[in-house]
Design a protein around this ligand. Structure first.
Ligand SMILES: *[C@@H]1O[C@H](CO)[C@@H](O)[C@H](O)[C@H]1NC(C)=O
Ligand SMILES: *[C@@H]1O[C@H](CO)[C@@H](O)[C@H](O)[C@H]1NC(C)=O
Ligand SMILES: *[C@@H]1O[C@H](CO)[C@@H](O)[C@H](O)[C@H]1NC(C)=O
Length: 466
């Protein structure tokens, strides 16, 4: 191993979370020489997939000497994501996976449903997010006249061309807001809520008033529709055996292109010259004796945990991992689904997300479902209460694992000065759109060009009868 470490790399990547693994994979494919390090003995960092014993131990919810996980079948049948997220089938991450051929190591299957909640408490309705005009007309989320307005809105979104002002309905899209667009179609508040939060996937309402943001919102809505159209049931896909497979897939990709991976390796020091990072001093564990080494690099990429003094906390994620013996109610017994509860439906400022998966994706034994409820904390106490509207959707919960609020970090600087490019923490959303934005953003900053993915092919998604 020791002689495999070169004196100099183009890039050193710290942490094997998904963001870091995508970047190290893509940079390797683009011909960069990459050294990728993780202090843990497993891939995935904060976003690893784990088994039930790990959860009981991590959250301390058992008495010493008992082994409560034993009542839940074989440990190896459990692959529980610490950060649950689904991929948009026509989204950027899927494009990256396909164009880099990482899909050769992974098998994906559709997520069976995409749902949204309207209203709260006993009067709440959970319904499928309508993705085209025909579904809008059948949806219980809207009254008869609203359905027609929604139909014409969805049809317009399909025809909209940013470059062709004839398709702009007389709106000046460079200066109008998305609110103006909704107004134009006369859409009701409740419709705006599910369109903005469950289709365009905005985590809050800031997009409504931003001038010039309408084309982006329209793009997001269109991406939702295109993603549903791709495989049929929902816009989302998810890998068999859980998300932990993704970083490993990218790690293999990087290795094929000459990338070097080192787990159980701690970074002792990041070396700087004239304020620019130029390399690291590190210790490789897992060997006797430990091996210290020093290596240079033109830049360093990493997750926030490797650079505590270069990041700030911008919020906290609340997340409860729940084990169920039944599918979510009102989801047509879906073997997997996403349910979004838009913030204003339950008097909040941040959406509540539920990601639900089951044996259909080989993440737990048959007869179980894993439902993960998450949101951004809005108070400093009673976090259970903040998640309550989501937990209420789950019915009987067999086990619930909820730790303290998880800090959300963002880098203080963009990295162009000190050559340290730091990723953001994984947010509360149950899809990958924001993570992929971060990947693109870091790539743009560190490589000085846009991340272009080429050679798109169709991704094979596993058939229903496995
Ligand atoms: C779920 O479905 C049942 C039976 O159709 C219905 O009575 C109930 O109101 C629905 N609940 C929600 C939250 O949609
Ligand atoms: C958007 O603007 C309207 C009217 O100016 C205001 O009432 C609303 O609170 C604003 N919403 C957000 C999310 O800023
Ligand atoms: C621990 O487990 C018990 C029994 O399953 C449950 O009632 C309790 O809410 C759990 N506590 C935490 C902190 O998750």
């Amino acid at each position: 191993m020791a002689d495999e470490i070169a004196k100099e790399y183009d890039v050193i990547v710290l942490g094997t979370g998904l963001t870091e693994c995508i970047l190290s994979g893509v940079l390797s494919v683009k011909g960069k020489k990459v050294l990728h390090i993780d202090r843990n003995d497993h891939y995935g960092g904060e976003a690893a997939s784990v088994n039930l014993e790990y959860l009981f131990k991590k959250y301390g919810n058992y008495t010493e000497g008992t082994e409560p996980w034993k009542q839940y079948g074989r440990l190896n049948d459990w692959n529980i994501d610490l950060v649950p997220k689904f991929l948009m089938s026509s989204g950027e991450l899927t494009n990256i996976l396909v164009s880099t051929d990482v899909t050769r190591y992974l098998e994906f299957k559709q997520v069976a449903g995409s749902y949204v909640q309207q209203g709260a408490g006993p009067k709440a309705t959970v319904a499928k997010v309508p993705s085209d005009a025909a579904e809008a007309l059948r949806s219980p989320l809207m009254g008869i006249f609203e359905k027609r307005r929604m139909k014409s809105f969805i049809e317009w979104v399909g025809q909209f061309d940013h470059k062709d002002s004839a398709t702009h309905k007389g709106l000046d899209l460079s200066s109008c807001t998305m609110k103006d667009v909704y107004d134009k179609f006369g859409l009701e508040q409740t419709t705006r809520d599910f369109v903005g939060h469950a289709m365009a996937l905005y985590p809050n309402d800031a997009y409504l008033n931003a001038t010039g943001a309408a084309p982006e919102a329209i793009e997001h809505i269109r991406l939702y529709g295109n993603s549903v159209a791709r495989y049929g049931k929902s816009p989302y896909i998810y890998p068999l055996y859980g998300l932990g497979e993704l970083p490993q897939g990218f790690a293999r990709l990087s290795a094929i292109y000459g990338g070097t991976y080192m787990l159980k390796t701690t970074v002792d020091e990041v070396m700087y010259e004239d304020g620019k990072a130029v390399g690291i001093k590190a210790t490789m564990g897992g060997v006797e004796p430990e091996m210290k080494f020093e290596t240079k690099a033109k830049m360093i990429l990493g997750d926030p945990s490797y650079f505590p003094d270069k990041v700030k906390v911008v919020g906290h994620v609340l997340r409860a991992i729940c084990i169920l013996k039944h599918p979510l109610a009102n989801t047509s017994d879906a073997d997997s689904c996403q349910l979004i509860i838009p913030q204003s439906q339950v008097g909040r400022k941040n959406d509540i997300y539920i990601a639900c998966v089951s044996a259909a994706h080989n993440v737990c034994p048959k007869g179980y479902w894993i439902a993960i409820v998450s949101t951004i904390a809005e108070t400093t106490a009673n976090h259970h209460l903040e998640l309550a509207p989501g937990l209420e959707r789950l019915g009987k919960i067999e086990e619930q694992f909820m730790g303290p609020p998880i800090p959300l970090y963002e880098p203080l600087a963009d990295g162009t000065k000190d050559k340290v490019f730091i990723s953001k923490s994984y947010d509360a959303s149950s899809h990958f759109e924001s993570t992929t934005d971060d990947v693109r953003d870091i790539y743009r900053r560190c490589a000085g060009e846009e991340l272009v993915v080429e050679g798109l092919r169709e991704l094979q998604v596993a058939s229903e009868e496995q």
